[in-house]
Design a protein around this ligand. Structure first.
Ligand SMILES: Cc1ncc(COP(=O)(O)O)c(C=O)c1O
Length: 419
């Protein structure tokens, strides 16, 4: 690679993660040349500082104008608007007054506050499971749970579209990793049938797939897992508070909660905060608390975060109107995108991909929508393959019809302009 001649249009991020030089830092020269060219071509429209609350419109720094600008927000995970809810904010503020700003310790040392305990008990009760443990993030929950349960020689079997945290947790454990094609119970069965016995294995799936918004084929996958006697981990990161009559997720939606061994969740999406959790049987949750290294060796959740999440749980259980509004908005937006001839994949949820195709087209499209004042997820490698890049819309209860119409108009014009 001649770093003086790098044209970013000829490269994707995948080229740099695969780059090998004599020195570990050799990658920085070609990558920096790529990055500078992408900045000059106005492709670097993401990763910019936000200066207001993540409501349906917000202010984001525009590096090309060197100032904050107003945008429509279709990218935050604030699905139910709780991060900006006045009662949640009040609960957080009151807790900061009493406890200060952080837990300032790992949980097994001195970071386990009464509010963390209350949150764990409330989440376990909400999820109808014996126990729960809270992690600093959802990423950390998958990482810690899988890496403490699996050992070299064990087998982690996951859907090929699984979130990076599932993959990373399995990889860290040293277990063998096998992937089945997306939502394909027959392929999963072929893998399980061919395992040498005796085996210790866990199948990892997601309630809603994070980049595609489609639902797990839970009935068929559970049936196969039961037939072969393997454990099931279900990540309900995007589905909690959204699916199931009571908001417990896709397992509740399918009536299969009792079949799931471990459920992962996050507080960074519908709960509007930060943190992750795992629920399951008391004994195994206690083991995870003692052995999951991303729990044991990381700072505990701040008490005010726990207080905010507890308030969200309370509000949610009394009033599901935000969720109803989210579904109304999701159906409206999805129908409008489909009617406009855009490819939204197989989504059935508030996570709406608008498939673009190749990386280069995504860059041009994201530049145009940015110019027009729309912020969406811009999803490329390593989150998805280079040929299935996409805009990802995160719907929220707070979007208005006018905002959704404007969003559609901007996307449609950009897709028409860049073929
Ligand atoms: C399926 C899934 N699991 C885990 C996570 C990680 O959650 P967190 O943001 O709390 O680290 C995400 C985040 O996007 C996700 O989509």
């Amino acid at each position: 690679m001649d770093v003086n001649k790098i044209n970013c249009d000829d490269f994707s991020l995948a080229d740099f993660s695969a780059y090998n030089g004599d020195d570990l830092f050799d990658v920085r020269e070609p990558f920096w040349a790529f990055y500078q060219d992408a900045v000059a071509k106005k492709y670097m429209v993401y990763g910019n500082p936000i200066s207001t609350a993540p409501s349906s419109e917000f202010e984001v720094y525009d590096r090309y104008l060197n100032q904050d600008r107003h945008f429509l927000n279709f990218c935050s995970y604030n699905y139910l608007g709780y991060s900006c809810h006045p009662e949640v904010i009040k609960a957080v503020q009151e807790t900061v007054d009493k406890y200060g700003t952080g837990a300032v310790s790992a949980p097994l040392l001195s970071g386990y506050y009464n509010l963390s305990k209350q949150l764990e008990d409330s989440i376990a009760q909400f999820k109808k499971k014996e126990a729960a443990v809270i992690f600093p993030t959802g990423y950390g929950a998958n990482l810690g749970v899988l890496s403490c349960l699996l050992k070299p020689g064990d087998i982690a079997i996951m859907d090929i579209l699984s979130h990076a945290s599932i993959y990373d947790g399995a990889r860290l454990s040293g277990a063998d990793i096998k992937m089945f094609s997306h939502n394909n119970a027959e392929h999963l069965e072929t893998i399980l049938k061919n395992l040498s016995k005796p085996h210790r294995a866990i199948v990892c799936i997601e309630g809603i797939y994070s980049m595609d918004g489609d639902l797990v084929n839970l009935p068929d996958i559970v049936a196969v897992c039961k037939k072969y006697g393997v454990r099931i981990l279900l990540d309900e990161a995007h589905a909690t508070l959204i699916f199931g009559e009571n908001g417990r997720g896709v397992a509740e939606h399918f009536g299969l909660e009792d079949e799931i061994d471990l459920t992962i969740g996050t507080f960074s999406k519908s709960f509007g905060a930060i943190g992750g959790f795992v629920t399951g049987e008391q004994k195994i949750i206690t083991y995870i608390r003692m052995f999951a290294r991303s729990y044991v060796f990381s700072c505990a959740m701040a008490p005010h975060t726990a207080a905010g999440i507890l308030k969200v749980l309370d509000l949610y259980q009394k009033d599901k109107s935000y969720r109803n509004k989210l579904w109304e908005n999701t159906h409206y937006m999805l129908n409008a995108l489909k009617k406009a001839g855009l490819d939204t994949g197989n989504t059935e949820s508030q996570v709406i991909p608008v498939i673009v195709g190749h990386d280069h087209r995504l860059r041009e499209i994201s530049k145009l929508i940015h110019e027009k004042g729309l912020y969406t997820g811009v999803v490329t490698y390593p989150a998805v393959s280079n040929k299935r890049t996409r805009l990802r819309l995160s719907m929220s209860s707070y979007h208005t019809k006018e905002q959704m119409d404007k969003c559609l108009e901007i996307i449609k014009n950009a897709f028409d302009a860049v073929k």
